[in-house]
Design a protein around this ligand. Structure first.
Ligand SMILES: Nc1ncnc2c1ncn2[C@@H]1O[C@H](COP(=O)(O)OP(=O)(O)OP(=O)(O)O)[C@@H](O)[C@H]1O
Length: 284
């Protein structure tokens, strides 16, 4: 499904292009320079079709968060164009960008960022309330979907970390966003809770057609996705379709030694397929 080629925009840009599908996210030549002459993200072209689960991986400092922040409209890239569901993000005013993030983008962070003074149901409803609607039925259904249908009146403090993260997922999905960005969503969870969170994200993609881009360090988490994209030194250096945990671990070790992902014994395959095990059975 994903096709990668050297991009014409710059000699160094990697292009990941998907054809024939309405894309949830496209980046064209997107780069980020924090200090003059020091590119945290070299120009990258990337297209993510709707209904896909993408992992973004790489060593610390490789540019994962920078890529995610630019793609999600949380940061303005210094080069290139971001489109979310066909809308050019860089062309939006701050007010329009805030609205797009609220209505068409879902976020799940490592810390769940629930509002402690609101109930669980109110937390899920928050993006709708800020947009002027209540969506009571959607909230109810969203909580039921994450297995917390009976806990709507609870305070976040009464829930476990894994349950709070499930509430955060319900909140991210409640508006029916074009795309969900998840930044280390399992980073603070024990393996069982991480499994639950990944299963929910996988189901959101498979059952409901959501699109998820997830930054993770964890090869077992990447094994739930359709494609893993690898960054090193601010560049996309490879991608793997239907990744498995052992393969991703090997590539990550190679990147840690300064090797390119594509040099990992020919394991980097680009060009088709999606994760078929809806229960994420390959994940550890
Ligand atoms: N606000 C900033 N100002 C200056 N440099 C920054 C800023 N944010 C990130 N950087 C630099 O950009 C590079 C990429 O950082 P980024 O946080 O995107 O990496 P990462 O892969 O997400 O790392 P980690 O896995 O440790 O979170 C790093 O060299 C970092 O020091």
């Amino acid at each position: 499904m994903f096709r990668r080629r050297r991009g014409p925009a710059t000699a160094t840009a990697e292009r990941v292009v998907v054809e024939g599908v309405s894309d949830a996210l496209t980046l064209e030549g997107v780069g980020r320079e924090y200090r003059r002459g020091a590119l945290a993200l070299h120009p990258v072209d990337l297209a993510v079709p709707r209904g896909r689960f993408l992992a973004v991986m790489g060593p610390s400092g490789s540019g994962k968060s920078t890529l995610l922040q630019c793609a999600a409209g949380l940061d303005r890239p210094t080069a290139g164009t971001v489109r979310i569901g066909g809308t050019e993000v860089s062309a939006l005013s701050e007010a329009a960008l805030t609205r797009l993030r609220r209505e068409r983008v879902g976020f799940v962070f490592q810390a769940h960022h629930l509002v402690p003074s609101l109930t669980v149901a109110e937390n899920v409803a928050l993006p709708l309330l800020l947009g002027g609607t209540t969506g009571t039925e959607r909230v109810r259904q969203g909580l039921a979907d994450v297995g917390l249908g009976e806990r709507g009146d609870a305070a976040p403090a009464e829930l476990s970390g894994g349950q709070c993260q499930r509430v955060a997922i319900a909140r991210a999905l409640v508006t029916g966003p074009d795309i969900v960005f998840a930044d280390e969503p399992t980073g603070s969870l024990d393996p069982a809770a991480a499994h639950d969170v990944l299963a929910l994200l996988r189901r959101a993609v498979d059952r409901d057609g959501h699109t998820v881009v997830m930054v993770t360090h964890d090869p077992a988490a990447a094994a739930w996705t359709d494609e893993a994209l690898f960054l090193a030194g601010g560049r996309v250096v490879g991608s793997v379709t239907c990744p498995d945990a052992a393969q991703v671990s090997r590539i990550m070790r190679g990147l840690g030694r300064g090797e390119g992902a594509a040099s990992d014994g020919g394991d980097v395959r680009v060009g088709g397929g999606r994760h078929e095990a809806s229960d994420g059975g390959r994940a550890a």
